[in-house]
Design a protein around this ligand. Sequence first.
Ligand code: GDP
Ligand code: MG
Length: 458
Amino acid sequence: MFDSLTQRLNRTLKNISGQGRITEDNIKDTLREIRMSLLEADVALPVVKTFTARVKERALGKEVNLSLTPGQEFVQAVYDELVNTMGGENAELNLAHQPPAVILLAGLQGAGKTTSAGKLALHIKDKLKRKTLLVSVDTYRPAAIEQLQTLATQIKVDCYPSDASKRPEDIAREALEFAKIKGYGVLIVDTAGRLAVDEDMMAEVKTLHALTDPVETLFVVDAMTGQDAANTAKAFAEALPLTGVILTKADGDARGGAALSVREITGKPIKFIGMGEKIEALEPFHPDRIASRILDMGDVLSLIEQINDKVDVDKAKQMAERISKGKGFTLEDFRDHLEQMKNMGGVQSLLEKLPGMGEFGDQLKDQINDKKFSHMTAIINSMTPKERRDPQIIRGSRKRRIAAGAGVEVHEVNVLLRQFDMMSKMMKKFGKGGMPKMMRAMGSMMGGMGGLGKLLGR
Ligand code: GDP
Ligand code: MG
């Protein structure tokens, strides 16, 4: 995702890291390069302009931070502005409405509405635990209704049996009534799309909107269309009170123009991002995580994160002390460690920096990714303190109880215990290498060894 933008920006930013104080003069070229990178990524021109102006303002207006080189300060300005441009914080799905809370999906043909309807239903069922009903009012495209029905069956969510010979608004009315009577918490309405925004389509969506009074009206748009995505979303937002955007097919988008343009152009947040054809491939959109992925700056970025106090240095220190006293690495340490990595954004890039990862790197990387993260924490949370101290005792019935408590399969508990085992072995290895070696390891694990090493008196 966004690989080409990442490459361009990073090449540009590496050039500045050697320079002296940030002045208008010495960032001029870099700003021009950034501008080029963004234009190449198909970011909308007005967004490119405000972006570069704000980066400049941030970089020049910064208080001097002695822990950062000017290059790092500049990178931080770019990172902060990326986050800001994409909306700052994750905009959560709003379901605060008398049930059924209606979610209306609109967008052009092929944007990914039907797929996203299914993905969203799964997300709501699994994560938000609401009883959900799907309905298709796409009576134009043959098999559109069936497509949604198939997805619904696959994820075990109910789908209202739409009659393609009826008018969309009649189907919507029936489905809404049905959802009310049957006590559904959420109703997701999948609508028809056209090849381009036209009056008929707008009129139909407006009618559906008035009729169903949705709490969320989400515009579904294909990331591969770049800045056009933002412009069509804007056209829709002028006709309908959109509450947000689902950006699909980000998995295949090397450029990132849509992700960076939508918020600024429409004023509406991207709420979810589609990361593949699979039904699970929908992620809540977190501007900070996306910015971290775009600026895959490894150490520089984690150093910045550390200085921003995202890392709990005290806990890291405690853990280091305990291990050095031969107390061993516990599941609670493991959980803290997971939390810290989560706070710092992308797990993958952090894992790459973990020393010793070469040996079992790929295996671990497959097993630990952002999605599994919250599961892992949940599993550890479901254990009793005794189990956390002594995982050896976790067998058959304990495993089943932990899995049920965390809402995961038993095999995930097994995987976690195995991962924990590998981590403890790794910790032991560092232990033998003596404190300095371990400090360094912990330092880079916790986000940049510089500050932490100093803090720990190394
Ligand atoms: P609709 O016309 O808006 O309902 O679009 P569909 O849901 O039928 O999707 C059109 C195509 O896009 C299908 O082949 C989907 O599998 C594909 N698609 C949808 N979302 C994603 C995504 O996030 N990533 C990828 N790679 N493909 C997607
Ligand atoms: Mg469809």
